[in-house]
Design a protein around this ligand. Structure first.
Ligand SMILES: NC(=O)c1ccc[n+]([C@@H]2O[C@H](COP(=O)([O-])OP(=O)(O)OC[C@H]3O[C@@H](n4cnc5c(N)ncnc54)[C@H](O)[C@@H]3O)[C@@H](O)[C@H]2O)c1
Length: 376
């Protein structure tokens, strides 16, 4: 087996911690360096992971200094959305870096996301976006059942979400494509309501959204976001001859031969069904193992490749664009900025209940992180 990959992490918050756990569980990496504006954030990582032999992290309060000094193979980008493009581009421009695993949504705009892919391609750096649920056993089972024709031709996927489309539902957009075998999304129609001045990690979000996506295999997917109390990374999948109810942990299927609902509760490879935090441990660890194989050239195709991350971002931004233009939007999306921001700035979506608030400020540690984009 190839030498362990040397990892540096930019932004040591909630989700990067899961990257680190995945890297360590997969036994294919050494954690060499951490960069965060907050020393306390990095100390928290030490407290969690210093018991692992492969955890040897030096601390940097400047990500660029970490990149220059650490001889890294792999960089994890786990800062807020607006930092994804500048940090990914800085990592890709660092000699020796082979690959970047960047968090979702891929960026704050599709224009910046396209730049990330361009710079990585030009520097021969592999770029992946962490829609980690592609690596869940229940998602894989649903994908396999649909491919085998167990529910006939897939017709409609329904989902329930909250907290802003790019923030929450880029995961769902990615899930639709994954379980359907990665068809292309052809068109999008949607509407949004934004009466409060709500933001998620310094990006404005809507209060409510309704969206429908049409795929080139004839299937459609639908989302109700903020419209009902229900939300999950599961789905109801209706086919011509049956249906699947999918959750992040398990699924049940009913079709012409099942004699009612049939339940499936697959174990993971890194965690047993029902274990605490099964979903995150399993998805993060399988993602890390497959990412190492891809980075080392052991496999050609990788599930979380940047092009899929881009398409998920494009699909959710197209709901905003449909609301902005009052039309059915055909992909590829021509607008490369953030269409919700365009609507806010043009007065198309006036706030009825003033007072800016950010649903993710609970993770901030001090005044220097207020915008989370300092020094990017
Ligand atoms: N894949 C998932 O399931 C999932 C889950 C949560 C968050 N996310 C995504 O991950 C990203 C981070 O979210 P989070 O909730 O983990 O954030 P967080 O607030 O918990 O962590 C972000 C960290 O980045 C640090 N930081 C800010 N600016 C920096 C800079 N210039 N240099 C170095 N460090 C800097 C902050 O100090 C903080 O510790 C977001 O884009 C979010 O959408 C993905």
């Amino acid at each position: 087996m190839a030498d362990k990959l040397r990892v540096g992490v930019i932004g040591c918050g909630e989700i990067s911690s899961n990257h680190v756990l995945g890297y360590l569980n997969s036994e294919r990496y050494e954690i060499i360096a951490l960069a965060d504006l907050s020393e306390d954030a990095m100390k928290d990582f030490d407290a969690k992971y210093s018991g692992y032999d492969d955890y040897k992290a030096k601390h940097f309060t400047d990500a660029h200094e970490m990149l220059d000094k650490s001889k890294l193979d792999v960089v994890s980008v786990g800062v807020w959305d607006m930092g994804h493009a500048p940090m990914t581009i800085a990592a890709a421009a660092t000699p020796g870096v082979k690959a970047v695993l960047c968090e979702k949504p891929m960026s704050d705009t599709t224009g910046n996301a396209a730049d990330m892919m361009l710079v990585c391609r030009r520097n021969n750096v592999k770029l992946a976006i962490s829609h980690q649920r592609r690596f869940l056993p229940a998602y894989n089972l649903a994908k396999d059942m649909i491919a085998a024709g167990d529910i006939g031709a897939p017709r409609l996927i329904t989902t329930f979400a909250r907290d802003g489309l790019p923030n929450y539902s880029s995961h769902l957009a990615d899930m639709y494509r994954y379980i359907l075998g990665d068809p292309e999304c052809v068109w999008v129609m949607g509407g949004v309501e934004r009466e409060t001045d709500q933001w998620a990690r310094a990006v404005p979000i809507e209060d409510k959204a309704l969206g429908v996506w049409g795929f080139d295999n004839g299937a459609q997917a639908m989302i109700l976001s903020g419209l009902t109390p229900e939300s999950s990374f599961g789905a109801r999948i209706y086919g011509s001859d049956g249906m699947i109810e999918l959750s992040v942990d398990d699924l049940k299927i009913m079709n012409t031969t099942s004699g009612g609902w049939q339940e499936h509760k697959p174990d993971g490879e890194f965690a047993k069904y029902g274990a605490d935090n099964f979903e995150m441990i399993e998805a993060g660890s399988v993602q890390a193992r497959e990412f190492a194989r891809w980075v080392n050239g052991e496999i050609e195709d990788y599930r979380g490749v940047a092009e899929n991350g881009y398409k998920a971002l494009e699909m959710v931004h197209a709901v905003y664009e449909s609301a902005r233009t009052h039309s059915q939007v055909y992909l590829p999306l021509k607008t490369k900025s953030h269409p919700l921001t365009e609507m806010i700035d043009s007065g198309h979506l006036p706030v009825l209940y003033p007072g800016r608030y950010d649903i993710r400020n609970r993770t901030l540690r001090g005044e220097n992180t207020t915008l989370d984009t300092k020094n990017v």
